[in-house]
Design a protein around this ligand. Structure first.
Ligand code: URA
Length: 217
């Protein structure tokens, strides 16, 4: 797996990351969602540099200009509900993409810290020979991503998988490395060292779904 860790190079991206982490700013849910979207847009731009391009003529009112235009069949796949603002950021740039949505949640069968990932709702096109972008804003244990990959694999053989994450834990990255094809790319805005015993990223930002959409029962 090739890992692209964008925060390592100074850019305006680091301001957006700091704002979603900052306890004094992150409770403004409009700003939180929009910052996740902006991070998704920046990750899309960087990722787009590694896709395929084809020489194409564009006719203007005054002539014809030849340029290399992006030529990929893209499927964006996101996990409900926390993935929605990141999905929107990717879709803002890859606006011709097809879309897949999946629900995956942590089930605690014994009311302990242990959990299993339950996948329920799943709506996806064929991914046969397509470039699949799997969006997961918080790559914590990596278990949800792997569960989603197992589900989407039933819809065909992807040409290439790109995982797109806002915050990843080092442990989550180690876990997914063993479950995805070797030519998979991970595009991650920032990486944190720790996971707590509830599977939350430390220092992370808290619960991304709650910050974007409010608390749930
Ligand atoms: N999901 C979140 O929203 N936050 C984490 O830290 C881990 C998973």
């Amino acid at each position: 797996m090739t890992i692209h860790h964008l925060e390592k190079n100074n850019s305006i991206l680091n301001t957006f990351i700091s704002e979603i982490r900052d306890i004094t700013l992150q409770k403004d849910s409009l700003r939180f969602r929009r910052n996740i979207e902006r991070i998704g847009e920046i990750l899309s731009y960087e990722l787009s540099k590694t896709l395929s391009y084809a020489s194409t003529n564009t006719t203007t009112p005054l002539g014809v200009k030849n340029s290399n235009l992006f030529a990929n069949d893209i499927v964006l796949c996101s996990i409900l509900r926390a993935g929605l603002p990141l999905h929107q950021g990717l879709l803002n740039y890859f606006d011709g993409a097809e879309n897949a949505f999946i629900s995956a949640y942590r089930h605690h069968p014994n009311n302990t810290e242990d959990f299993e990932i339950i996948v329920e709702y799943f709506a996806a096109p064929s991914i046969e020979n397509k470039t699949v972008l799997l969006a997961d804003p918080m790559l914590a244990t990596g278990q949800s991503l792997v569960a989603v990959y197992e589900a989407i694999k039933k819809h065909g053989n992807a040409k290439q998988i790109h995982i797109v994450a806002v915050i990843a834990s080092a442990e989550g990255i180690d876990f997914i490395k063993n479950h995805f094809p070797e030519n998979t790319h991970l595009w991650v805005a920032t990486i944190d060292d720790e996971l707590n015993d509830k599977g939350y990223i430390i220092p992370g930002l808290g619960d991304a779904g709650d910050l974007a959409f409010g608390t749930k029962l």
